[in-house]
Design a protein around this ligand. Structure first.
Ligand code: SD4
Length: 331
């Protein structure tokens, strides 16, 4: 791409970024992404869709579409979106800045699945800025699906990934404040900045998904939630669709939630109906006054759905034409 057309493209991106409410920081990170040698390509309206949990999903989806325009596929959209949120130190529940466990350690969980059914996951990993990228490496470059703790960290070092301090001044102060009472009580919809679950359908019809989190704040050391567990926090079947979960991982794991959503879609439910039924499965089996779980689903045709136990769960839906936040139905 010539110098002037690149400048025009960047100006357009900055203009669109403004409309989407993207921070200058996000735009900068997007511009730092790899540029394709052939330059950006246009994405046909109606040909691609991205869904991500919570308000930060908006920036994640914009980064995903940017990756697509740079020649990426659905998995690149997922990784680009996850990286934006993982690197944002102001988020208290994903990547750097995530609240620690009860002993003050930030331990991260992430997984991904691509359109071929391949999957990768890391759990209980410390000092790694981009756990979803590490999960993708496990998926693409090892014979395994999941690496845990010190083994995942060793693999990151072998790949030349630098160790990063994930506890920030803000998250340290919050933890110190919490330690005064040490009252462990997961709060539903914590400040609308939670785990990010992402689902993408690219313009070639490929589906992929990802999930990345620092897990529940002040959890026991060693606790792993649903987010890195294939079938619980995420599941993608290219023939049917994908689903991802946010909320109390224990409830999602006990009902193998994301797999359940996809299987319900296989049986003929719409993504919305499937999310509702998976939520009801939890509501029928356990007391849910203090328990929040939300599901998102995307079919291979690009149909979307989202449902939660309680109000307050929202998600970002982005297409080549526009992006919007949707308040999920609940109950
Ligand atoms: C977990 N499911 O570790 C995650 C937490 C989460 O929105 O999703 N919060 O249980």
């Amino acid at each position: 791409m010539g110098h002037s057309s690149r400048r025009a493209f960047l100006q357009k991106l900055i203009a669109t970024g403004g409309t989407l409410g993207l921070s200058p920081w996000t735009l900068q990170s997007m511009l730092a992404q790899k540029q394709s040698p052939s330059g950006p390509r246009s994405v046909e309206p109606g040909s691609a869709t991205m869904l991500s949990t919570w308000n930060h999903g908006m920036e994640a989806n914009a980064a995903g579409f940017f990756a697509l325009q740079q020649g990426g596929n659905a998995m690149d959209m997922i990784e680009a979106g996850a990286r934006i949120v993982e690197a944002d130190a102001t988020g208290l529940s994903v990547g750097i800045g995530g609240l620690p466990d009860r002993d003050g350690n930030v331990t991260l969980d992430a997984c991904c699945m691509d359109h071929t059914g391949n999957a990768g996951s890391v759990c209980f990993v410390q000092g790694v800025l981009h756990p979803l990228s590490l999960a993708r490496k496990v998926m693409e470059d090892t014979p395994h699906v999941m690496l845990a703790g010190a083994g995942a960290e060793q693999y990151a070092r072998e790949l030349g990934i630098d160790e990063v301090e994930l506890l920030t001044d803000t998250s340290r102060r919050a933890w110190e404040e919490w330690r005064k009472t040490s009252d462990y009580k997961p709060v539903i919809n914590i400040e609308n900045h939670d785990t990010i679950g992402l689902l993408a359908l690219d313009d070639q019809g490929r589906l992929a998904g990802g999930c990345t989190t620092s897990g529940l704040a002040y959890k026991m050391h060693g606790r792993v939630g649903d987010s890195p567990i294939l079938g619980a926090g995420l599941f993608v079947d290219a023939e049917i669709g994908g689903a991802t979960a946010t909320g109390l991982g224990e409830a999602v794991m006990k009902t193998v939630g994301s797999f359940l959503v996809v299987e319900l879609m296989r049986g003929g439910r719409s993504p919305q109906e499937a999310c509702e039924e998976a939520v009801h499965r939890i509501m029928d089996r356990m007391p849910t006054d203090d328990l929040q779980v939300g599901y998102l689903a995307l079919s291979r045709e690009g149909e979307i759905g989202g449902h939660a136990i309680h109000g307050g769960f929202n998600y970002a839906h982005t297409t080549a034409e526009a992006g919007r936040m949707i308040d999920a139905s609940h109950g």
